[in-house]
Design a protein around this ligand. Structure first.
Ligand code: DQA
Length: 148
């Protein structure tokens, strides 16, 4: 299986570090990207890291991952709770998918408790802060190693 992992981030995550720091912390999306590359390096993975506020761009990146990437890490942000289109795109991807939320969505407003993406995700990490991305990479490395 390919050791390329696509890491996707949905809307408003470009404002990480500035937006509601009491919920999402003070690290920026650039910090998260750096941490992902460092961890991926240790795990002998290659990471393609993207953020977009546009649903179609996230869908296009999932399509690009088809047949190429060994796994996807996705924080769909608010699209988690609204997007059947992202779910459909992930259903067209053959490898493992780990869903990440920086905050614990189950501790928050009721509308955040439901995730369309969770119907497809092989694992869900929520409430571990931005460390959740590194935990997701660790899990994908294990799954990719297991399939050889
Ligand atoms: C989030 C949780 C979502 O409910 C929210 O819309 C986000 C970020 C998280 O990482 O905790 O934008 O996905």
């Amino acid at each position: 299986m390919s050791r390329l992992v696509t890491v996707l981030n949905g809307p408003n995550l470009n404002l990480l570090g500035q937006r509601e720091p009491e919920i999402y912390g003070s690290e920026t999306i650039a910090d998260v990207e750096r941490a992902c590359h460092a961890r991926a390096n240790e795990l002998k993975l290659e990471v393609h890291f993207h953020q977009s506020n546009r649903e179609y761009e996230l869908i296009d990146w999932i399509h690009e991952a088809r047949g190429r990437a060994g796994g996807i890490v996705i924080n769909p942000a608010a699209f988690t709770h609204t997007s059947v289109a992202l779910l459909d795109a992930l259903n067209a991807f053959e490898g493992p998918v780990i869903e990440v939320h920086i905050s614990n969505i189950h501790k928050r407003e009721e509308f955040r408790h439901h995730s369309f993406v969770s119907r497809r995700a092989d694992g869900v990490i929520a409430g571990c802060g931005v460390q959740g991305y590194e935990l997701a990479l660790l899990r994908l490395a294990r799954l990719i190693d297991a399939t050889g």
